[in-house]
Design a protein around this ligand. Structure first.
Ligand code: TXA
Ligand code: MG
Length: 322
């Protein structure tokens, strides 16, 4: 019966939260905004509900999922909180940071969320709609980005509808995401903290709390299988580090002096502001990807602060497709 509601987009009020909670408690998926990107949520304690996420995204099932909680205390029921986790949660939760921690032996979270690993990725998002939804449903929510597998992450309800519309019964609309890049994923389950995925919290911010932090190299990608090289692919080919542009290309510009001669130009940030660039990155890629052109040329973005996460996503978008 739920397919009658397929792709329904609601600006949440009390009734919409109730509808979303009912769907989730019945094992359905619901898309909702967080401050990073839109998530495709399901009851993390229900194996069949979690399996529906993979089915809906068409995602390879060896990818582990992030589980979202209303509070640190709720997360602590499922994973071992160590002193690093405590310090980072204190500094950055609720917010765009995901902690990979050892699962507790009596955790109720579906083993599918861990994809065979002894760890679980946990996050407390700060977006009001994500928080309200977690509160309404009273269960932890497994939620990857709400896009079809291998495509660009959604930063608006329209992106979700375009990518998954018919397959999702309900999309909660919170407008554009504030951060616009996925959360930073840091593994705290080993002998030293390791950044598995750069994201909304920068390495410098993490190091201000923990001291020196390592960044995962190509060999450690197995530990974060969602980081497959071509994970963020638009359909048009991407050309990075452009210093000139062709008339049949779209231009993704950065800074006050966009290159001239492109068929279409959008600027990540005319003032060179990396926070603004991160927030608009996926939105601009979605927009340019609809053009009938030879490709998207991308101007260089400085490799510092949030620029590291932006360049990581751009490199994946430009990588050879599988
Ligand atoms: O901002 C975000 O993180 C969004 C919002 C919805 O929260 N979610 C998101 O989920 O980006 P997803 O599934 O697209 O990416 C999850 C990342 C992947 O790189 C995955 O490999 C990693 O987290 N991950 C999840 N569980 C893990 C674990 N136990 N060990 C190592 N990496 C893990
Ligand atoms: Mg994703």
């Amino acid at each position: 019966p739920t397919h009658r509601l397929a792709g329904r987009i609601l600006t949440p009020d009390a009734e919409a939260y109730r509808a979303a909670a009912d769907l989730l408690q019945a094992g359905e998926v619901v898309a909702f905004p967080t401050e990073t990107v839109y998530g495709l949520g399901a009851d993390a304690t229900n194996d069949r509900a979690v399996a529906r996420i993979f089915e809906t995204k068409g995602r390879p099932s060896f990818n582990p999922l992030i589980v979202h909680f209303e509070t640190l205390e709720a997360a602590a029921r499922e994973v071992e909180i160590n002193p690093w986790a405590e310090a980072l949660a204190e500094a950055f939760w609720p917010g765009p940071l995901t902690l990979v921690l050892p699962r507790k032996a009596d955790s109720r979270i579906s083993l599918l969320c861990s994809a065979g690993l002894p760890s679980l990725a946990v996050r407390v998002p700060r977006h009001e709609i994500g928080q309200n939804l977690l509160h309404a449903v009273q269960r932890p929510l497994a939620a990857p980005s709400a896009n079809a597998s291998g495509r660009i992450s959604p930063t608006s309800a329209i992106h979700v509808a375009a990518s998954l519309g018919e397959r999702v019964p309900l999309i909660l609309d919170g407008g554009a995401c504030e951060v616009g890049l996925e959360s930073t994923v840091i593994d705290l389950s080993g002998p030293r903290p390791v950044i598995l995925r750069p994201g909304g919290i920068t390495r410098a911010q993490l190091e201000a709390v923990l001291g020196t932090v390592d960044e995962a190299t190509a060999d450690s990608d197995i530990k974060s299988p969602g980081m497959m090289t071509s994970h963020y692919a638009p359909s048009l080919p991407i050309r990075l580090g452009a210093t000139s542009v062709n008339a049949n290309e779209a231009l993704l510009a950065f800074g006050p002096k966009p290159l001239e001669g492109a068929a279409v130009t959008v600027n990540l940030s005319a003032s060179g502001d990396l926070t603004e660039a991160a927030a608009s990155l996926f939105n601009h890629l979605h927009r340019l990807d609809r053009e009938k052109l030879a490709g998207i040329a991308v101007m260089p973005v400085p490799e510092q602060g949030l620029g590291i996460a932006i360049n990581d996503r751009l490199a994946r978008a430009a990588a050879p497709r599988h």
